[in-house]
Write a protein that binds this ligand. Structure first.
Ligand code: NAI
Length: 341
């Protein structure tokens, strides 16, 4: 007798009627891998990607606990087939054939830590994972979540350059959570539905490098100086607010998974050929003199199709930009130096 095949296993059992239908649907979707899938971000992100109708195949990779997470997620009756991969020897299988690789692997902050304090551990993790991407799916879009993003994206770029596979259009640092927070906090101040508010956030993803452009909020509005000061500080410290509230149990995971799933969906809709997909992201850029910068980018079939200009900044934002650039330059240099040493 055939026992039902767990949908997370690799073997197909042809006698199961459902397996053919599923394979047909799968042919039209995208293949997505999450590296660090058992973590605080990885698990809810896996859940959300399993719910995304654009995903046909979802690979869950981590160095711990993927069998359990994969079995659990695979029971959801959505279209994506889920497969689990455990430990370094399975990294290559996890990555082969992927269209999009999302990387939330690494340690999170504890109270009193800056994102830069995570550098020593996370830099090595991102390097190893990106070496795998270069070898197994060099044409995949890569979404880097692991902190410090301001340095881990330059690290990924250097790894890809060394491997001869670097395409700046395919490498994106995920700063969506800053935009998500900005939309929420600005909507609160304005008394609007957060879904109707759009705040560009530029620069990078740490402290003063998170630069909300409150002069460019949609719908158009104005703030007094007290509101500007409150909102800028709250958006820049949103992550720390969560780290402190969790009191040692980690940093933002649920709102981050939401943000990562939103950003991944935008990347997939771009790949599908949808038009007008614009998101803020930390990418290789020429909008400033720095080699990497977060700003609005237009996504398309080849990843980043256009990096939009920053638009007019007011005096407060111009001053913020100078501080941002100073800190970003150091973080970028630190990332580059990590690979070249
Ligand atoms: P976590 O500790 O709960 O999960 C991290 C996962 O990565 C664990 O399951 C761990 O086993 C796995 N991992 C460690 N080394 C690995 C390796 N070599 N290969 C594959 N997986 C590996 O941490 P959490 O809360 O999920 O955060 C993950 C990262 O995301 C942290 O660096 C955190 O700072 C960052 N983060 C980024 C945000 C952003 O806006 N870009 C927001 C919030 C967090």
């Amino acid at each position: 007798h055939l026992r039902p095949t767990p949908s997370s296993q690799m073997e197909e059992v042809s006698l199961l009627r459902g397996s053919n239908c599923r394979a047909k649907g799968a042919a039209t979707g995208f293949k997505v891998a999450i590296l660090g899938a058992s973590g605080g971000i990885g698990q809810p992100l896996a859940l959300l990607m399993k719910m995304n109708p654009l995903v046909s195949l979802l690979h869950l990779y981590d160095v711990v606990n993927t069998p359990g997470v994969t079995a659990d997620i695979s029971h959801m009756n959505t279209g994506a087939v889920v497969r689990g991969f455990l430990g370094q020897p399975q990294l290559e299988n996890a990555l082969t054939g992927m269209d999009l690789v999302i990387i939330p692997a690494g340690v999170p902050r504890k109270p009193g830590m800056t994102r830069d304090d995570l550098f020593n551990i996370n830099a090595g993790i991102v390097r190893t994972l990106c070496q795998g991407v270069a070898k197994c799916c060099p044409k995949a879009i890569v979404n880097v979540i692991s902190n410090p993003v301001n340095s881990t994206v330059p690290i990924a770029a250097e790894v890809f350059k060394k491997a001869g596979t670097y395409d700046p259009k395919l490498l994106l640092g995920v700063t969506t959570l800053d935009v998500v927070r900005a939309n929420t906090f600005v909507a609160e101040v304005l008394g609007l539905d957060p879904r109707d508010v759009s705040v560009p956030v530029i620069g990078g993803h740490a402290g003063v490098t998170i630069l909300p452009l409150l002069s460019q909020v949609n719908p158009p509005c104005s703030f007094n100086s007290e509101e500007i000061s409150y909102l800028t500080t709250r958006i820049q410290n949103g992550g720390t607010e969560v780290v402190e509230a969790k009191a040692g149990a980690g940093s933002a995971t649920l709102s981050m998974a939401y943000a990562a799933a939103k950003f991944a969906d935008a990347c997939l809709r771009g790949l599908r050929g949808d038009s007008g997909i614009v998101e803020c992201s930390y990418v290789a850029s020429q909008v400033t003199e720095l080699p990497f910068f977060a700003s609005k980018v237009r996504l398309g079939r080849c990843g980043i199709e256009e990096i939009l200009s920053l638009g007019p900044l007011n005096e407060f934002e111009r001053a913020g930009l100078e501080k941002t650039k100073k800190e970003l330059a150091e973080s970028i240099q630190k990332g580059v130096a990590f690979i070249s040493k």
